[in-house]
Design a protein around this ligand. Structure first.
Ligand code: ADQ
Length: 500
């Protein structure tokens, strides 16, 4: 009789990312290991699916352990934890541990020293080292083995469950192929997807990398390879064609590799739109009510974000339009990033000096042109800045997408401001109502600032309405939905809700 019972086909999502959705920290008072959760958009969208389908998350805990050290155990979430990761049980976490040397070579060396600049089309900044690459290979292998553990885990007690592996970002570009090999050796059918959060460069840049072939083969181990925009997809397809000689279908975005057809898809990431709207509606004012107009910049302190050019552009604005003196100020918030890398320390130094120079040049007894915060601020404060700024200056030299542009428009719940956006950010491809301007053209950015500051209310309102409508529709849940659809997953119903 039992043979006639139809067992529904099930899937379990396994997320693989360099970092877990929380870090582990020892409470100095109690000595108890606790989770410190991340509030990022990706975690907000993906964590509930992991919870519902009893999936797993493979990633690094944020701590280093020596050869004889006992790694920390994974605690359950604190009872007061209201973040989306709180529902993820300790046994759904598959931690990856590595020591400091490995981390330095793999993360600082290969990922951030070589791939980050190369993929942002800044090859002169890229440093290629065989030692770093070897550790990149080793760490990717380690992640793949841990993912196999996770695959066993989700099939435990029910081998009909199909594991759906979702690998994130440039830290893990080799893992797809290895995970496929490991699971095929055991006769386990898996679906594997990859999403790149940064740009994928054109062929003549990508080929500079000595390990271009390995990277392409690693990515082609997946069933679906996702990027933010179509240009990155086409760059990737071109590289597969030129470097590996793959047959490709550019129209339908398919790469043939061995006897498999890999789907390449543009899936622009969004933000948790309604959360930002709510934050903006509730956040107390941080900027004092004055007659001055605020131009806002919010970035990780990184050379790709174009901070130096931006400061020069603001300086030019004050030179050309002294009428803004004592009327406008520029608030730059920069979150410290990769602070143990010399290049980032040098950039911070350069910014400190330039801010000092511009402030010295234009300040009056009661006014300074630039306010500069170097640090991480809370989501509440951030939403308050976004809401009360009149202009957001988002001018990266190159950026996969850029979430700041999207967060700014979501928080513009009051008097509509103006977004100035670089066309070299993925966001520039779709946020058409922004003032688009080339961040390398300092004069052009200064003029765009002048245009923004003079823009009549009616035009501001119209542009902002268009921007907000798009971000509301294409939020981070829509992005996740697009990915699941490309993976032909049954975990998400067409109406965006999660199947339970
Ligand atoms: P990032 O390079 O980190 O992301 P971005 O998309 O702008 O760049 O996201 C930065 C995030 O950090 C935003 O959510 C912002 O709110 C937050 N943040 C910035 N400054 C802060 C501060 N001082 N305090 C607190 N929070 C701050 C990478 C790619 C991007 C891509 C994303 C997502 O480089 O191109 O958009 O992944 O795919």
């Amino acid at each position: 009789k039992e043979e006639n019972v139809e067992v529904p086909e099930q899937e379990a999502l396994i997320v693989v990312s360099n970092r877990l959705p929380f870090v582990l920290k020892k409470n100095p008072l109690t000595g108890v290991v606790e989770r410190k959760s991340s509030a990022g958009g990706l975690v907000t969208a993906v964590a509930p699916v992991v919870v519902q389908c009893k999936g797993k998350w493979v990633g690094w805990t944020g701590n280093f352990y020596g050869p004889n050290e006992e790694p920390d155990y994974i605690p359950e979430a604190d009872i007061n934890d209201k973040t989306p990761t709180a529902g993820i049980k300790a046994d759904q976490i598959v931690p990856v541990y590595y020591d400091k040397t490995h981390f330095n070579n793999y993360y600082n060396g290969c990922c951030n020293g070589a791939f980050w600049p190369l993929f942002h089309s800044m090859p002169d900044r890229a440093v290629f080292s065989v030692d770093h690459w070897q550790d990149y290979v080793a760490v990717n292998k380690l992640f793949s083995e841990k993912t196999l553990e996770a695959i066993h885990g989700v099939r435990e007690g029910n081998p009909t469950v199909t594991p759906l592996v979702w690998i994130h970002d440039y830290h893990l570009m080799l893992a797809g192929n290895t995970i496929r090999e490991l699971s095929e050796n055991e006769g386990i059918a898996v679906k594997i997807g990859f999403f790149l959060h940064i740009p994928f460069p054109p062929w003549d840049i990508f080929r500079i990398c000595a390990w271009d072939e390995d990277i392409l083969m690693g990515l082609l181990g997946c069933d679906v390879v996702g990027f933010h925009i179509e240009d990155y997809c086409l760059n990737f397809i071109e590289c597969c064609h030129r470097r590996l000689g793959c047959r490709v279908d550019r129209k339908n975005m398919i790469v043939e590799y061995g006897n498999r057809h890999i789907r390449v898809r543009a899936m622009p990431i969004g933000i948790p739109y309604s959360r930002f709207v709510q934050l903006a509606e509730e956040a107390p004012r941080v900027i004092k009510i004055t007659t001055e107009t605020v131009i806002l910049g919010v970035d990780r302190l990184d050379y790709t974000k174009g901070l130096i050019n931006r400061l020069h552009a603001f300086e030019k604005l004050l030179e050309h339009h002294p009428e803004y003196i004592e009327k406008v100020y520029f608030m730059q918030i920069a979150v410290p990033s990769r602070t143990d890398v010399k290049e980032y320390q040098d950039l911070k130094e350069e910014i400190d000096q330039l801010v000092g120079k511009i402030n010295g040049k234009f300040s009056t007894a009661n006014w300074s042109p630039i306010r500069y915060i170097y640090g991480c601020i809370s989501q509440n404060e951030l939403a308050s800045f976004y809401r009360d700024a009149s202009v957001a200056l988002v001018t990266p030299l190159r950026d996969g997408m850029n979430l700041v542009a999207k967060e700014f428009v979501a928080c513009q719940t009051g008097d509509p401001g103006v977004l100035i956006l670089s066309p070299f950010a993925g966001a520039g491809e779709m946020m058409h109502e922004a003032l688009l301007c080339n961040p390398y053209e300092i004069e052009e950015v200064a003029e765009a600032l002048h245009t923004a500051l003079q823009m009549p209310l009616e035009e501001r309102a119209m542009r902002m309405q268009g921007l907000r409508r798009r971000e509301k529709k294409n939020d981070v849940t829509t992005w996740m939905h697009m990915f699941m659809q490309a993976m032909e997953s049954k975990l998400i119903k067409p109406d965006k809700s999660i199947m339970t």
